[in-house]
Ligand binder design. Structure first.
Ligand code: AMP
Length: 281
């Protein structure tokens, strides 16, 4: 695996690669890699792409300073995982490399409704930062395939819109299933920060999602929502939302809709650590 820290070197390498007409698969991450990230690399390998992974903890997408400061950094382990997964190139830029003239000089995008609901409400400015960093990375890497995890459902929709706004018609966005721990907890870099007790309770988020799905024929969402909020609170979670929406648009739904794909989404904090998850049905 080749590691690049500078945009100019990566660009040079990529343009040489393109003359060999390789298909490029790109997996952007913030590091502290786990099996969820590795599943994206593996999918890119299965699609026979030349795989580029980036690790960059993007300051402009953190609305909470302490979340940014405490974000785990495990670069040595990450490199080993990427080599084992068969990743071809790692792009590991600094903040100055990504935002040479400062973050305000990097183009932002308007995601309309998508940044005014759920995560957009809880984390003001978050998707603006996501748009900036992914936009810049896509301009640098120019991939043919972009691999994203369904774990960040709203982010997948925002980035799909970004690809459209940037007019990248040849870029395929591939959304990969959420990889979970045995108790159902969605793998996340932030899980490393949980204490043993918090970790032992965190599977309740997935239990709630499963119960929202399983009661779609027998109950009303408002009832199941209240049950979930109570259960999460009992386990020590501070609930930000337990929501139901149309899967294609993320339009909020008050109750289950019979003929539409739906997504249940949860965001909750335990000990100041914010976890999100979702389930489509
Ligand atoms: P992050 O490093 O958290 O920014 O995530 C980088 C990419 O990995 C994003 O596309 C995430 O959606 C994806 N990802 C994170 N956790 C998981 C997971 N448990 N399963 C599948 N994909 C994931």
């Amino acid at each position: 695996m080749v590691i690049f820290k500078h945009v100019v070197d990566l660009r040079k390498y990529m343009s040489a690669l393109r003359t060999k007409s390789a298909k490029v698969g790109f997996v952007p991450t913030m590091g502290a890699l786990h099996e969820g990230h590795v599943s994206l690399i593996r999918k890119a390998k299965t699609d026979d792409t030349f795989v580029i992974c980036s690790i960059f903890i993007n300051p402009t997408q953190f609305n909470d300073k302490s979340d940014f400061e405490k974000y785990p950094v495990t670069t040595e382990d990450d490199i080993e995982m990427l080599i084992n997964a068969g990743c071809d190139v790692l792009f590991l830029p600094s903040v100055d490399e990504m935002y040479p003239g400062g973050a305000t000089t990097v183009r932002g995008y308007d995601f309309g409704f998508l940044e005014q609901t759920l995560e957009g409400v809880q984390r003001p400015g978050h998707f603006h930062g996501v748009g900036q960093v992914v936009g810049r990375l896509l301009e640098i890497v120019e991939p043919h395939y972009l691999y994203l995890g369904q774990k960040d459902y709203q982010q997948c929709m925002v980035i799909t819109m970004l690809v459209d706004l940037m007019g990248l018609k040849g870029l395929n966005v591939v959304i990969c299933p959420t990889v979970r721990e045995q108790d159902g907890l969605a793998m996340s870099s932030r899980n490393r920060r949980l204490t043993e007790t918090q970790r032992s309770r965190a599977g309740v988020i997935y239990q709630c999602l499963v119960s929202i799905e399983s009661k779609r024929e027998s109950s009303h969402f408002s009832i199941v929502q209240k049950e979930c909020m109570d259960l999460l609170s009992t386990k020590g979670f501070e609930v930000e939302y337990v929501a139901l929406a149309e899967a294609d648009t993320l339009q909020p739904a008050d109750d289950y809709l019979k003929d539409k794909a739906m997504v249940a989404l949860i965001a909750a904090k335990i000990g100041g650590i914010r976890l999100i998850d979702n389930l489509v049905f």
